[in-house]
Design a protein around this ligand. Structure first.
Ligand code: USQ
Length: 384
């Protein structure tokens, strides 16, 4: 298939491009380096320098013999996105092209507007570009488990059957994001559902939990292919942060009571989920929703796991609860369903001690790059 990856430079975009290219798809990607630019603007940096997309596709060709196309540009610009879609004519479009940091979206008015303008405009442009240039194409959109929040009832896979005063209807599962970023993803889902009903688009919306890990099959062969890996408070997800903190002797930053429970997924499984979605497209006129997680943990459990494995490797790991900079429930019910992707064939890679050990060992190699002052600055959401 001809697969277009929007947001190919990010933590997930580049590994996805390689994985699908390796599987024999014709892959082309787009990025405007939004994440790199925000990192520079906010004075944070990834764990190791990451080559730009032109360099990465050259490296990939040298390693695999396969070509990946690149467009650098802003998908908010209609002239640019229409050129990309007209020229490439995708069968599947993987939409990662969003400002992905919850904390960044909560910094101030400008970062909130940046998040909203980017995420909603790009999603709308993708919908219009598909309608105009490739109406049969399958849109695979990266959503988030954070769209559901932490309700006091079980979380279904996207939809809820409601019986009310003797009548029945199926609705999108109620959504209540805990940051503006998560809220833009709720709005994306609403927009996609609207145009699925209007225009019969085919859409898969992947409700993903926080991702962890460095290596996918391709970067295991050659470390120059590793993804853009953040450990700072804005872009680093919690397990990746804890692993870096353990390596550098920084007490693990458990926010508040640490009872916040989320569904987590290994980056290798993100690749498998996206690939399964590409190969098993949604029907025309269908908004198909999967909860893209493989297991749940609370923050305290994660810290204990990292401490346990870190200690076996001889690292001095401490855990420190710090006042929660976010507004979120610290002890709550959490019971999401996540069977859809397993039914499609996903074989999960769980967060075992071995997986954590490999992560820690890989991070140890880059220890000299870790800047402790970037780990926690205390961006407090409620003070803005
Ligand atoms: N947390 C800590 N200490 C830290 C960092 C985080 O206790 O140093 C806690 C947070 O308060 C939260 C949990 O760990 O309760 C997860 O935080 P996170 O930063 O790993 O994840 P989050 O900000 O929710 O966002 C990340 C991705 C985002 C994705 C989302 C999935 O950045 O793109 O949408 O995970 S989910 O959380 O399910 O919405």
């Amino acid at each position: 298939m001809r697969v277009l990856i929007l947001g190919m430079d990010g933590y997930l975009g580049w590994p996805t491009a390689m994985a699908l290219s390796k599987e024999g798809h014709e892959v082309c990607g787009v990025d405007n380096y939004l994440r790199r630019n925000i990192c520079r603007e906010q004075d944070v940096a990834p764990l190791f320098p990451t080559p730009n997309l032109h360099e990465r596709v050259r490296l990939w060709e040298a390693v695999s013999g396969k070509k990946i196309g690149v467009y650098i540009g802003d998908l908010k610009e209609w002239t640019f996105i229409s050129r990309v879609f007209q020229e490439f004519q995708p069968d599947a479009v993987i939409h990662y092209a969003e400002q992905p940091s919850a904390p960044y979206s909560m910094l101030n008015r400008e970062t909130a507007m940046h998040t909203m303008n980017n995420n909603l405009t790009v999603t709308a442009n993708v919908i219009f570009a598909v309608k105009e240039f490739c109406p049969e194409a399958h849109i695979i959109k990266l959503g988030t488990m954070g769209e559901y929040g932490t309700p006091n009832i079980d979380i279904e896979e996207g939809w809820l059957d409601v019986e009310y005063k003797g009548r029945k209807e199926k609705f999108l599962y109620p959504r209540q994001g805990s940051s503006l970023y998560h809220t833009t993803k709720i709005m994306d889902t609403d927009m996609l559902w609207f145009y699925v009903r209007m225009w019969g688009l085919r859409v898969t919306d992947l409700m993903q939990g926080p991702v962890y890990g460095l290596f996918t099959e391709e970067s295991e062969q050659d470390e120059r292919l590793l993804p853009f890996f953040n450990y700072d408070e804005l872009f680093g997800t919690v397990i990746n942060r804890f692993a870096v903190q353990a390596v550098v002797g920084y007490p693990l930053t458990v926010y508040g009571k640490g009872g916040q429970t989320r569904g987590y997924i290994n980056i290798k499984d993100t690749m498998n989920c996206v690939s399964l979605s590409v190969e098993n497209p949604a029907q025309k006129g269908e908004l198909r929703i999967f909860n893209q997680i493989t297991e749940t943990f609370n923050v305290k459990e994660l810290a204990d796991k990292v401490k346990g494995v870190g200690s076996q490797l001889g690292l001095e790991v401490q855990i420190k609860s710090i006042p929660n900079p976010r507004i979120e429930a610290e002890e709550h019910y959490y019971n999401p369903k996540f069977t859809g992707l397993v039914d499609l064939g996903l074989k999960p890679n769980y967060l075992t001690d071995e997986v954590l050990e490999n992560m820690l060992k890989a991070i140890i190699k880059h220890r000299k790059n870790i800047n402790k002052s970037k780990i926690y600055r205390g961006f407090e959401w409620h003070k803005k």
